[in-house]
Design a protein around this ligand. Structure first.
Ligand code: GDP
Ligand code: ZN
Length: 486
């Protein structure tokens, strides 16, 4: 991954291969030999054959029609060639895209010719790696390219695009710059203590507080970032006959979703896909088909446990006409303890704990919409939503509650829709911890040497996001997850 690798010429097929046939396929080549390699095989329709060999002079950003001709003089395909010469290209190197006919045959033959002509097969993400190494984009932008390609919803794509356009990177780089300025002042004091006025502690603390606030501000997008990538799972739990299935049906019908029974599994979970806050959500109804056959409550609990374990939000349903029963109490404690032991195992880096929503169903039959809940239980629920599942009442409030609880509506205060990914969140937490330690060192009046240690740590953490301070290991980890040709 060292910069020296960026001096050879790489080639790859940039469009999907295999079963999915497209009418056009693209071979993309980047590097110092890009023009020379293509010139060996490209016969522009603008020129006569005699002028062809190695004389082709591409005009940057002008499309040229022609043919690809192999060494034996056989026409391989009719193509459009798009030259984007350095530095006005994705990689900042000479890039040429050859648009040929779709299907695997033409594109593979052209790829093969480029390889024979002196290019090497690109590794996954290597074009984007070069864009990063050559300063075309920072690391967070490069990561957003992969997120944009794999986005499964419009909202996820919008978030990736906001990051690609520099929303996240300018936010992080501004923080890193402020840290570096502060660090320079501290270093100056260490070197020339006698010649300059002492550091104003109050001023330093204020600047660190501002940094902490901004780190926290960007961190609040992390749960949204996670859900945008992976979608969301909501488990609907509760004892039999409170209306879980009715709720799932009403919810999914309002989205015209298809409800599927996962038959044959011991868990008897019913799934439905809906869209909440713009992202795909899987609803898991833990009700079994046999639950109406007066099955022991214990079975319901086991199924609910399994579903709740993987869920991002747990929706517990009770019947408003029954109030909070001992059965509800039993189920709640059983599932809650399972869920909590999972959190204690440290699954989430961002300290995000699964929110619980209490749905009080059958309000049409209840004297009061919100029944009294014991205080020790009540504190574990973040929202209370009255519903009448059979009439579809309260579903809108339920969705709004979910959107709020998981932070789907949360954007950073710069107003853009980018969201940090898991890796970036880890580094932001590292920066935040370092800044908190720094404040502590200042308050305890420790020597300035100590301050600089923590501040340097924050600079490094932020540099891991922007790519200013990043190891080859991290880079190869990030770019190996790209597809080939990007
Ligand atoms: P589950 O066992 O928790 O999945 O409960 P179901 O969805 O199967 O519902 C149990 C019974 O309660 C069914 O007869 C439903 O028609 C009824 N039910 C569900 N929701 C409501 C509601 O909001 N009001 C009334 N009156 N009945 C409901
Ligand atoms: Zn049911």
């Amino acid at each position: 991954w060292s910069t020296s690798t960026s001096y050879d010429t790489i080639v790859a097929i940039a469009t999907p291969m295999g079963n999915q046939q497209g009418s056009i396929a693209i071979v993309r080549i980047s590097g110092p030999l890009a023009v020379a390699v293509v010139a060996k095989y490209f016969n522009s329709s603008k020129k006569s054959t005699s002028q062809r060999q190695n004389r082709w002079k591409p005009k940057s950003h002008f499309v040229e029609l022609g043919t690809i001709v192999d060494d034996a003089g056989l026409i391989v395909d009719e193509v459009l060639v798009v030259p984007m010469l350095a530095p006005r290209s994705y990689t900042k190197e000479d890039v040429i895209e050859i648009q040929c006919h779709g299907g695997d045959v033409c594109v593979r033959r052209i790829l093969h010719l480029c390889l024979e002509g002196g290019a090497r097969l690109a590794q996954p993400g290597e074009f984007t790696l070069r864009a990063f190494l050559n300063g075309r984009m920072d690391l967070s932008q490069a990561e957003s390219v992969a997120q944009l390609i794999t986005a499964k919803s419009i909202v996820a794509a919008e978030a990736a695009l906001a990051a690609l356009q520099g929303g996240l990177s300018s936010f992080v780089q501004a923080m890193r710059k402020d840290c570096l300025e502060l660090l320079a002042e501290m270093d100056a004091h260490l070197d020339f203590e006698d010649d300059i006025p002492p550091l104003e502690t109050a001023d330093v603390i204020e600047r660190i507080n501002s940094l902490c606030f901004r780190v926290q501000d960007s961190l609040k997008t992390s749960n949204r970032g996670r859900l945008l990538q992976s979608g969301m799972q909501i488990a609907i739990v509760g004892r039999p006959n409170v209306g879980k299935s009715s709720l799932l049906n009403a919810w999914s019908q309002s989205h015209r979703a298809i409800v599927t029974d996962i038959a044959g599994t011991t868990r008897d979970i019913v799934e439905a896909e809906v869209v909440v806050g713009g992202i795909p959500v899987k609803l898991l109804d833990t009700a079994g088909i046999r639950e109406t056959d007066n099955v022991v409550e214990q079975m319901g609990v086991q199924r609910s446990e399994a579903a709740a374990l993987g869920a991002d939000v747990v929706v517990m349903v009770i019947s408003a006409c029954d109030g909070w029963t001992t059965g509800d109490h039993h189920i709640f404690h059983k599932i809650f303890s399972v869920k909590n032991s999972e959190c204690a195992a440290g699954v989430s880096v961002t300290n995000f704990t699964t929110p619980w929503v209490l749905v009080q169903n059958k309000i049409d039959q209840a004297a009061e919409a919100l029944v009294p809940i014991p205080d020790d239980v009540k504190t574990h629920f973040s929202k209370f939503v009255p519903t009448c599942a059979i009439k579809g009442i309260g579903l809108h409030d339920l969705e709004a509650a979910v959107v709020e609880l998981v932070g789907l509506g949360k954007a950073c205060s710069d107003g853009r829709q980018w969201a940090v990914n898991q890796r970036q969140a880890e580094q932001l937490l590292r920066a935040r911890d370092a800044l908190e330690r720094l404040k502590e060192s200042i308050k305890q009046d420790l020597p300035i040497d100590f301050w600089t240690i923590d501040l340097r740590e924050a600079v490094i953490a932020l540099g891991q996001i922007s790519g200013d301070d990043v190891s080859e290991e991290v880079l190869s980890n990030i770019f190996s997850r790209f597809c080939i040709g990007k």
